[in-house]
Ligand binder design. Structure first.
Ligand SMILES: Cc1ncc(COP(=O)(O)O)c(C=O)c1O
Length: 378
Protein backbone atom coordinates (compact mmCIF):
# COMPACT_ATOMS: atom_id res chain seq x y z
CA UNK A 1 0.00 0.00 0.00
CA UNK A 2 1.17 3.53 -0.74
CA UNK A 3 1.88 5.65 2.36
CA UNK A 4 1.03 9.28 3.02
CA UNK A 5 3.94 11.67 2.66
CA UNK A 6 5.19 12.24 6.25
CA UNK A 7 6.83 15.50 5.25
CA UNK A 8 3.63 16.93 3.77
CA UNK A 9 1.62 15.73 6.82
CA UNK A 10 3.90 17.54 9.31
CA UNK A 11 4.01 20.66 7.16
CA UNK A 12 0.23 20.89 7.22
CA UNK A 13 0.18 20.32 11.03
CA UNK A 14 2.68 23.19 11.44
CA UNK A 15 0.47 25.47 9.34
CA UNK A 16 -2.54 24.52 11.48
CA UNK A 17 -0.69 25.22 14.78
CA UNK A 18 0.55 28.57 13.46
CA UNK A 19 -3.00 29.47 12.46
CA UNK A 20 -4.09 28.75 16.03
CA UNK A 21 -1.54 31.33 17.20
CA UNK A 22 1.27 29.00 18.40
CA UNK A 23 4.86 30.15 18.03
CA UNK A 24 6.11 27.16 16.04
CA UNK A 25 9.73 26.78 14.93
CA UNK A 26 9.71 24.86 11.70
CA UNK A 27 12.66 22.54 11.15
CA UNK A 28 10.45 20.37 8.94
CA UNK A 29 10.59 22.53 5.82
CA UNK A 30 11.52 20.89 2.55
CA UNK A 31 11.75 24.16 0.67
CA UNK A 32 13.89 27.31 0.75
CA UNK A 33 12.33 30.12 2.78
CA UNK A 34 13.52 32.83 0.37
CA UNK A 35 11.13 34.58 -1.96
CA UNK A 36 11.34 33.68 -5.65
CA UNK A 37 13.68 36.26 -7.27
CA UNK A 38 11.89 39.25 -8.81
CA UNK A 39 13.16 38.70 -12.38
CA UNK A 40 11.53 35.26 -12.37
CA UNK A 41 8.22 36.60 -11.09
CA UNK A 42 8.30 39.34 -13.72
CA UNK A 43 8.76 36.78 -16.52
CA UNK A 44 5.60 35.03 -15.33
CA UNK A 45 3.66 38.29 -15.12
CA UNK A 46 4.80 39.18 -18.64
CA UNK A 47 3.74 35.74 -19.87
CA UNK A 48 0.24 36.26 -18.49
CA UNK A 49 -0.01 39.77 -19.90
CA UNK A 50 1.07 38.56 -23.31
CA UNK A 51 -1.55 35.82 -23.27
CA UNK A 52 0.97 32.97 -23.00
CA UNK A 53 -1.71 30.96 -21.26
CA UNK A 54 -2.50 28.10 -23.62
CA UNK A 55 -1.31 24.52 -24.09
CA UNK A 56 2.34 24.16 -25.00
CA UNK A 57 4.09 21.09 -26.47
CA UNK A 58 3.85 18.27 -23.92
CA UNK A 59 7.60 18.10 -23.33
CA UNK A 60 7.79 21.86 -22.79
CA UNK A 61 8.47 24.88 -25.00
CA UNK A 62 11.55 24.55 -27.19
CA UNK A 63 13.18 27.67 -25.66
CA UNK A 64 13.09 26.09 -22.21
CA UNK A 65 14.31 22.71 -23.46
CA UNK A 66 17.17 24.46 -25.21
CA UNK A 67 18.00 26.39 -22.04
CA UNK A 68 18.02 23.12 -20.08
CA UNK A 69 20.27 21.54 -22.73
CA UNK A 70 22.64 24.47 -22.35
CA UNK A 71 22.56 24.20 -18.54
CA UNK A 72 23.31 20.47 -18.67
CA UNK A 73 26.24 21.14 -20.98
CA UNK A 74 27.67 24.11 -19.09
CA UNK A 75 27.19 22.92 -15.50
CA UNK A 76 27.29 19.14 -15.83
CA UNK A 77 29.20 18.30 -19.04
CA UNK A 78 26.12 16.40 -20.25
CA UNK A 79 25.29 16.49 -23.92
CA UNK A 80 21.52 16.10 -24.23
CA UNK A 81 19.93 17.52 -27.40
CA UNK A 82 16.69 19.43 -26.75
CA UNK A 83 14.58 16.53 -28.06
CA UNK A 84 15.95 14.31 -25.26
CA UNK A 85 14.76 16.72 -22.60
CA UNK A 86 11.31 16.62 -21.05
CA UNK A 87 9.94 19.36 -18.80
CA UNK A 88 7.50 18.17 -16.14
CA UNK A 89 5.53 19.46 -13.14
CA UNK A 90 8.47 19.27 -10.72
CA UNK A 91 11.37 16.85 -10.38
CA UNK A 92 8.99 14.60 -8.42
CA UNK A 93 6.86 14.30 -11.54
CA UNK A 94 9.95 13.68 -13.71
CA UNK A 95 11.13 10.82 -11.48
CA UNK A 96 7.68 9.26 -11.28
CA UNK A 97 7.33 9.40 -15.06
CA UNK A 98 10.69 7.69 -15.47
CA UNK A 99 9.79 4.90 -13.06
CA UNK A 100 6.50 4.39 -14.92
CA UNK A 101 8.32 4.42 -18.25
CA UNK A 102 11.06 1.92 -17.47
CA UNK A 103 9.59 -0.49 -14.91
CA UNK A 104 7.27 -3.41 -15.66
CA UNK A 105 5.26 -5.11 -12.92
CA UNK A 106 7.56 -6.70 -10.29
CA UNK A 107 10.71 -5.10 -11.70
CA UNK A 108 13.06 -4.00 -8.96
CA UNK A 109 14.18 -0.44 -8.28
CA UNK A 110 17.18 -0.12 -5.96
CA UNK A 111 16.85 2.68 -3.44
CA UNK A 112 19.82 3.43 -1.16
CA UNK A 113 18.52 3.88 2.38
CA UNK A 114 18.02 6.36 4.03
CA UNK A 115 16.08 7.72 1.06
CA UNK A 116 13.74 10.50 0.03
CA UNK A 117 10.28 9.39 1.09
CA UNK A 118 8.70 9.41 -2.37
CA UNK A 119 11.07 7.03 -4.18
CA UNK A 120 9.67 3.87 -2.63
CA UNK A 121 6.06 4.94 -3.11
CA UNK A 122 6.70 5.82 -6.76
CA UNK A 123 8.00 2.30 -7.34
CA UNK A 124 4.91 0.86 -5.65
CA UNK A 125 2.59 3.08 -7.71
CA UNK A 126 4.29 1.73 -10.84
CA UNK A 127 3.70 -1.84 -9.57
CA UNK A 128 7.46 -2.26 -9.29
CA UNK A 129 9.28 -3.36 -6.15
CA UNK A 130 11.42 -0.98 -4.09
CA UNK A 131 14.57 -2.79 -2.97
CA UNK A 132 16.42 -0.96 -0.21
CA UNK A 133 20.18 -0.90 -0.20
CA UNK A 134 21.15 -0.19 3.41
CA UNK A 135 23.92 2.28 4.08
CA UNK A 136 25.32 3.18 7.49
CA UNK A 137 26.47 6.28 9.31
CA UNK A 138 29.89 4.62 9.61
CA UNK A 139 30.06 4.64 5.79
CA UNK A 140 28.79 8.24 5.63
CA UNK A 141 25.47 6.87 4.34
CA UNK A 142 27.08 6.14 0.99
CA UNK A 143 26.54 3.14 -1.27
CA UNK A 144 28.95 0.29 -0.67
CA UNK A 145 29.74 -0.93 -4.22
CA UNK A 146 30.08 -4.56 -3.11
CA UNK A 147 26.64 -4.48 -1.52
CA UNK A 148 25.22 -2.81 -4.63
CA UNK A 149 26.62 -5.51 -6.87
CA UNK A 150 25.17 -8.22 -4.66
CA UNK A 151 21.67 -6.79 -4.48
CA UNK A 152 21.23 -6.52 -8.29
CA UNK A 153 19.12 -9.32 -9.77
CA UNK A 154 17.72 -10.14 -13.22
CA UNK A 155 14.68 -8.08 -12.29
CA UNK A 156 16.62 -4.94 -11.36
CA UNK A 157 15.74 -2.07 -13.66
CA UNK A 158 17.33 0.94 -12.00
CA UNK A 159 19.26 2.45 -9.15
CA UNK A 160 18.04 5.78 -7.82
CA UNK A 161 20.96 7.98 -6.89
CA UNK A 162 20.47 11.22 -4.97
CA UNK A 163 23.45 13.48 -4.49
CA UNK A 164 23.36 15.79 -2.58
CA UNK A 165 21.02 13.63 -0.59
CA UNK A 166 17.75 14.28 1.15
CA UNK A 167 17.78 13.44 4.11
CA UNK A 168 21.51 13.02 4.82
CA UNK A 169 23.13 15.89 2.88
CA UNK A 170 25.77 13.47 1.65
CA UNK A 171 27.55 14.32 -1.63
CA UNK A 172 29.25 11.66 -3.76
CA UNK A 173 32.82 12.15 -4.97
CA UNK A 174 33.97 11.38 -8.50
CA UNK A 175 35.74 8.18 -7.51
CA UNK A 176 32.70 6.85 -5.67
CA UNK A 177 30.47 7.60 -8.65
CA UNK A 178 32.92 5.86 -10.98
CA UNK A 179 32.65 2.67 -8.96
CA UNK A 180 28.85 2.83 -8.97
CA UNK A 181 28.78 3.58 -12.72
CA UNK A 182 31.04 0.61 -13.43
CA UNK A 183 28.64 -1.77 -11.69
CA UNK A 184 25.50 -0.29 -13.30
CA UNK A 185 27.20 -0.51 -16.67
CA UNK A 186 28.22 -4.14 -16.31
CA UNK A 187 24.77 -5.10 -14.98
CA UNK A 188 23.01 -2.98 -17.63
CA UNK A 189 20.73 -1.13 -15.25
CA UNK A 190 19.56 2.46 -15.44
CA UNK A 191 20.70 5.12 -13.01
CA UNK A 192 18.06 7.69 -12.17
CA UNK A 193 20.23 10.55 -10.94
CA UNK A 194 18.21 12.99 -8.84
CA UNK A 195 20.32 16.14 -8.85
CA UNK A 196 17.73 18.56 -7.46
CA UNK A 197 20.08 19.87 -4.70
CA UNK A 198 23.02 20.30 -7.09
CA UNK A 199 23.53 23.99 -6.39
CA UNK A 200 23.31 23.74 -2.63
CA UNK A 201 26.83 22.55 -1.87
CA UNK A 202 29.02 23.62 1.05
CA UNK A 203 32.72 23.77 1.90
CA UNK A 204 33.63 24.11 -1.81
CA UNK A 205 32.40 20.58 -2.47
CA UNK A 206 32.46 19.69 -6.18
CA UNK A 207 29.31 18.46 -7.90
CA UNK A 208 29.62 15.59 -10.38
CA UNK A 209 26.84 14.22 -12.59
CA UNK A 210 27.20 10.47 -12.91
CA UNK A 211 26.12 10.72 -16.57
CA UNK A 212 29.21 12.79 -17.34
CA UNK A 213 31.61 10.02 -16.35
CA UNK A 214 31.83 8.45 -19.80
CA UNK A 215 30.16 7.86 -23.14
CA UNK A 216 29.39 4.28 -22.09
CA UNK A 217 27.38 5.07 -18.93
CA UNK A 218 25.72 8.22 -20.37
CA UNK A 219 22.83 6.49 -22.23
CA UNK A 220 21.96 4.46 -19.11
CA UNK A 221 21.60 7.57 -16.96
CA UNK A 222 18.45 9.62 -16.61
CA UNK A 223 19.45 13.00 -15.18
CA UNK A 224 16.72 14.75 -13.21
CA UNK A 225 16.83 18.30 -11.95
CA UNK A 226 14.50 21.28 -11.55
CA UNK A 227 14.10 24.85 -10.42
CA UNK A 228 12.39 24.24 -7.06
CA UNK A 229 15.33 24.26 -4.68
CA UNK A 230 17.91 26.25 -6.68
CA UNK A 231 15.68 29.24 -7.37
CA UNK A 232 13.25 28.95 -4.47
CA UNK A 233 10.45 28.02 -6.88
CA UNK A 234 8.81 25.03 -5.21
CA UNK A 235 5.27 26.19 -5.92
CA UNK A 236 5.86 26.82 -9.61
CA UNK A 237 6.21 23.08 -10.29
CA UNK A 238 8.88 22.81 -12.95
CA UNK A 239 11.30 19.91 -13.11
CA UNK A 240 13.13 18.40 -16.05
CA UNK A 241 15.08 15.40 -17.20
CA UNK A 242 17.59 14.44 -19.84
CA UNK A 243 17.59 10.84 -21.05
CA UNK A 244 18.24 8.56 -24.00
CA UNK A 245 15.91 9.04 -26.98
CA UNK A 246 13.85 5.96 -26.00
CA UNK A 247 13.34 6.91 -22.38
CA UNK A 248 12.64 10.58 -23.16
CA UNK A 249 10.09 9.55 -25.75
CA UNK A 250 8.37 7.11 -23.35
CA UNK A 251 8.21 9.81 -20.66
CA UNK A 252 6.73 12.26 -23.16
CA UNK A 253 4.04 9.73 -24.11
CA UNK A 254 3.09 9.24 -20.46
CA UNK A 255 2.80 12.98 -20.10
CA UNK A 256 0.82 13.26 -23.36
CA UNK A 257 -1.91 11.12 -21.85
CA UNK A 258 -1.79 12.18 -18.22
CA UNK A 259 -0.89 15.80 -17.42
CA UNK A 260 0.01 17.26 -20.85
CA UNK A 261 2.42 20.18 -20.57
CA UNK A 262 3.50 21.77 -17.29
CA UNK A 263 1.98 25.23 -16.78
CA UNK A 264 2.88 27.58 -19.62
CA UNK A 265 3.43 30.52 -17.25
CA UNK A 266 5.76 28.54 -15.00
CA UNK A 267 7.74 27.44 -18.03
CA UNK A 268 8.42 31.10 -18.87
CA UNK A 269 9.42 31.71 -15.24
CA UNK A 270 11.78 28.70 -15.32
CA UNK A 271 13.31 30.00 -18.54
CA UNK A 272 14.05 33.31 -16.80
CA UNK A 273 15.52 31.40 -13.84
CA UNK A 274 17.92 29.44 -16.02
CA UNK A 275 19.04 32.66 -17.73
CA UNK A 276 19.58 34.49 -14.42
CA UNK A 277 23.09 35.39 -13.25
CA UNK A 278 24.47 32.71 -10.88
CA UNK A 279 25.13 35.37 -8.19
CA UNK A 280 21.56 35.22 -6.88
CA UNK A 281 21.82 31.48 -6.32
CA UNK A 282 25.25 31.83 -4.70
CA UNK A 283 23.77 34.36 -2.26
CA UNK A 284 21.13 31.85 -1.14
CA UNK A 285 23.72 29.07 -0.94
CA UNK A 286 26.01 31.19 1.25
CA UNK A 287 23.12 31.93 3.59
CA UNK A 288 22.34 28.21 3.84
CA UNK A 289 25.97 27.50 4.67
CA UNK A 290 25.90 30.03 7.54
CA UNK A 291 22.79 28.38 8.93
CA UNK A 292 24.22 24.89 8.58
CA UNK A 293 27.38 25.94 10.39
CA UNK A 294 25.36 27.46 13.22
CA UNK A 295 23.06 24.44 13.58
CA UNK A 296 26.03 22.08 13.64
CA UNK A 297 27.74 24.17 16.28
CA UNK A 298 24.62 23.92 18.44
CA UNK A 299 24.21 20.18 17.81
CA UNK A 300 27.80 19.64 18.95
CA UNK A 301 26.70 20.77 22.41
CA UNK A 302 23.80 18.30 22.64
CA UNK A 303 25.18 14.92 23.75
CA UNK A 304 21.98 12.99 22.89
CA UNK A 305 22.16 13.89 19.19
CA UNK A 306 24.77 12.66 16.72
CA UNK A 307 24.89 13.68 13.09
CA UNK A 308 26.76 13.35 9.81
CA UNK A 309 28.02 16.74 8.63
CA UNK A 310 25.96 17.56 5.51
CA UNK A 311 27.96 18.72 2.47
CA UNK A 312 24.86 19.67 0.50
CA UNK A 313 21.05 20.21 0.51
CA UNK A 314 19.56 21.86 3.64
CA UNK A 315 19.04 19.03 6.08
CA UNK A 316 20.85 17.48 9.03
CA UNK A 317 19.99 13.86 9.73
CA UNK A 318 20.33 13.31 13.48
CA UNK A 319 20.80 10.05 15.32
CA UNK A 320 18.40 10.02 18.29
CA UNK A 321 19.19 6.48 19.52
CA UNK A 322 20.55 7.85 22.81
CA UNK A 323 17.16 9.37 23.66
CA UNK A 324 15.61 5.87 23.56
CA UNK A 325 12.64 7.28 21.65
CA UNK A 326 11.58 6.20 18.18
CA UNK A 327 11.42 8.92 15.57
CA UNK A 328 7.64 9.44 15.62
CA UNK A 329 7.54 9.71 19.42
CA UNK A 330 10.48 12.11 19.36
CA UNK A 331 8.89 14.32 16.69
CA UNK A 332 5.42 14.29 18.26
CA UNK A 333 6.64 15.01 21.80
CA UNK A 334 8.96 17.74 20.61
CA UNK A 335 6.15 19.42 18.67
CA UNK A 336 3.61 19.04 21.51
CA UNK A 337 5.93 20.12 24.30
CA UNK A 338 8.13 22.76 22.66
CA UNK A 339 6.43 23.62 19.34
CA UNK A 340 9.48 22.66 17.30
CA UNK A 341 8.63 20.68 14.18
CA UNK A 342 10.97 18.24 12.47
CA UNK A 343 10.51 15.13 10.35
CA UNK A 344 10.71 11.62 11.88
CA UNK A 345 13.33 9.45 10.17
CA UNK A 346 10.95 6.51 9.79
CA UNK A 347 9.66 7.69 6.41
CA UNK A 348 13.26 7.91 5.20
CA UNK A 349 13.94 4.35 6.32
CA UNK A 350 15.57 5.10 9.72
CA UNK A 351 13.39 5.12 12.82
CA UNK A 352 16.41 6.03 14.99
CA UNK A 353 16.94 9.34 13.20
CA UNK A 354 15.13 12.63 12.70
CA UNK A 355 15.62 15.21 9.96
CA UNK A 356 16.22 18.85 10.84
CA UNK A 357 15.94 21.38 8.04
CA UNK A 358 17.89 24.64 8.13
CA UNK A 359 15.70 26.22 5.46
CA UNK A 360 14.58 28.83 7.95
CA UNK A 361 16.11 32.08 9.22
CA UNK A 362 18.98 32.13 11.73
CA UNK A 363 16.90 33.65 14.51
CA UNK A 364 14.36 30.82 14.28
CA UNK A 365 17.20 28.28 14.19
CA UNK A 366 18.60 29.77 17.39
CA UNK A 367 15.18 29.70 19.06
CA UNK A 368 14.52 26.13 17.94
CA UNK A 369 17.92 24.85 19.04
CA UNK A 370 17.48 26.54 22.45
CA UNK A 371 14.18 24.71 22.85
CA UNK A 372 15.57 21.33 21.76
CA UNK A 373 18.59 21.68 24.05
CA UNK A 374 16.44 22.58 27.04
CA UNK A 375 13.90 19.83 26.29
CA UNK A 376 16.56 17.13 26.04
CA UNK A 377 18.27 18.35 29.21
CA UNK A 378 15.02 17.82 31.07
C1 LIG B 1 15.45 14.40 -3.19
C2 LIG B 1 14.33 15.16 -3.80
N1 LIG B 1 14.04 14.93 -5.09
C3 LIG B 1 13.02 15.57 -5.70
C4 LIG B 1 12.25 16.48 -5.01
C5 LIG B 1 11.08 17.11 -5.72
O1 LIG B 1 11.31 18.38 -6.18
P1 LIG B 1 10.23 19.16 -7.05
O2 LIG B 1 9.71 20.27 -6.21
O3 LIG B 1 10.97 19.67 -8.24
O4 LIG B 1 9.17 18.20 -7.44
C6 LIG B 1 12.51 16.73 -3.66
C7 LIG B 1 11.65 17.65 -2.89
O5 LIG B 1 11.58 17.66 -1.70
C8 LIG B 1 13.59 16.07 -3.05
O6 LIG B 1 13.89 16.27 -1.76
Amino acid sequence: MVSDSPTLAITSRVKQLKKQGHDVVNFAAGEPDFDTPQAIKQAAIDAINKGFTKYTPTAGIIELREAVAEKFKKDNSLDYPADQIVISCGAKHSIYNVVLAIAETDDEIIIPSPYWVSYSEMAILAEAKPVFLETSAQEDFKINPKKLEKIITKKTKALILNSPSNPTGVVYKRKELEEIAKICLSKKIYVISDEIYEKLLYDNEEFISIGSLGKDIFPQVITVNGVSKTFSMTGWRIGYLGASKDVASAVKKIQDHSTSNPTSISQMAALAALKMPEAEVVKMRDEFQKRRDYMIQRLDKIPQLKYIRPQGAFYIFCDIAKTKMNSNTFAEKLLDETKVALIPGKGFGRDDFVRLSFATDLESIKKGMDRIEKWLRQ
